[in-house]
Design a protein around this ligand. Structure first.
Ligand SMILES: [Zn+2]
Length: 396
């Protein structure tokens, strides 16, 4: 490991490193480097950068005693190391150091959410001094792989209509599946972005969410027109405005359509003259076809998943897909009904949350299950078969 102590260094979080990598790989075009003081003022005043709407200026303003001391002492033309988790990952050549209005920048960055835990964490990472200048990265980041993967698949399929859908898949449920199916049918290529946080923050482990999404795609779709892409979290994705940043990234990756749920924070959806309007109506530089999805529910009368616009039955017949409630059930050790989450997915999640539970429940299972030898079972099979019993019908 190269020592960072001998050099003048800026110590940055993973989220900031990720932001710098995205910019370096062209995912934030037309923003290609850190903004200087003039550009910072201009974007703050107009919300526009080179013809593209930007909710906040793209700056690097790290907090921390060491960082502030380095920034205060830095001279134009001087080179500073960029360090994350003790590793030097790049170098910046100082152009300007300027003070920022931290409160205003924070409000723009968060787009309204100023009190959540995420907002507080982010606020603590922000300093009062910003640095501009060109920077280089030591290694090609995984964003290069992402760009390559999408480009290859586009070429292979001669894809023209490329849709993007971002999801946490926490967990993936039947409505996700319905949405993926609808988008799949009308796209040459559908790219599913699954956001990868650096801390799980109450989410199911990333690797489990990704595995479950992959399993769903492999088992229930013709997978060649589907691509799952992990998207590293960045501090650009924190506030309500992150939907705009997501759109810019998706556009720079060559997608033509961006699919968003109507309840997405930051969409500012409203109706006028029976037309849906969103924040995208007033943005400049976004050429994507932005598709706003209906809200889907399970209707007990229809016996299937329906959009609330098309179903004539009342709300009292509708079962909603609240991921928070599903997670609470999982945390209590209870699998959600099969109409919400596929039983093999519930089995995988419960197996992870309650390892070796089967051993403890062996006697119970012996009492109610007729068939297989118990030795053949792992926890996943136990849950899966147990859930099948819930669906068994009485003949009379
Ligand atoms: Zn209905």
């Amino acid at each position: 490991m190269e020592s960072s102590r001998k050099n003048k260094s800026l110590y940055l979080t993973q989220e900031i490193k990720s932001m710098l990598e995205m910019c370096a790989h062209g995912l934030l075009n037309p923003v290609t480097t850190l903004m200087n003081h003039h550009e910072y003022d201009m974007v703050n005043a107009t919300g526009i950068y080179q013809g593209m709407s930007l909710p906040f200026p793209f700056i690097l303003a790290p907090n921390g005693k060491k960082n502030l001391a380095v920034l205060k002492a830095a001279k134009q033309g001087e080179k500073l190391k960029l360090v994350c988790d003790g590793q030097i990952f790049g170098e910046i050549c100082v152009n300007e150091i300027f003070t920022i209005d931290k409160e205003t920048f924070f409000k723009k960055l968060m787009g309204g959410d100023l009190t959540s835990q995420k907002a507080k964490t982010l606020y603590a990472q922000l300093g009062n001094y910003a640095i501009s200048g060109s920077y280089t990265l030591k290694k090609v980041s995984h964003f290069a792989d992402m760009i390559y993967l999408i480009e290859q698949r586009k070429l292979m399929l001669h894809a023209k209509n490329i849709s993007a859908f971002m999801l946490q898949a926490n967990p993936i449920h039947r409505v996700h599946e319905r949405i993926i199916r609808i988008c799949y049918d009308s796209s040459d290529l559908l790219v599913l972005f699954i956001v990868k946080p650096y801390k799980d923050n109450g989410l199911l482990p990333f690797e489990l969410r990704q595995k479950i999404l992959q399993l769903t795609i492999d088992n229930y779709f013709l997978a060649n027109r589907l691509l799952i892409i992990p998207l590293d979290d960045s501090y650009l994705f924190n506030g309500a405005n992150h939907v705009i940043l997501n759109a810019i990234i998706v556009q720079n990756l060559g997608c033509t359509r961006f699919i968003i749920g109507r309840n997405h924070m930051g969409l500012s959806l409203f109706y006028e003259s029976n037309q849906i309007h969103t924040i995208f109506d007033s943005l400049q530089g976004i050429r994507l076809d932005v598709q706003i999805l209906s809200e889907y529910v399970y209707c007990k009368q229809c016996g299937t998943i329906v959009s609330i616009i098309s179903c004539p039955h009342g709300a009292h017949h509708h079962i909603h897909y609240h991921t928070k409630s599903m997670l609470e059930l999982f945390n209590l050790g209870i699998p959600p009904p099969n109409i919400l989450v596929r039983k093999e997915i519930s089995a995988m999640i419960l197996e992870r949350l309650y390892p070796n539970r089967f051993k403890k429940m062996e006697q119970l299972y012996k009492g109610i299950s007729p068939s297989k030898l118990l030795d053949e079972y792992g926890d996943k099979s136990f849950y899966s078969d147990f859930l099948s019993l819930y669906q068994a019908q009485m003949v009379n």
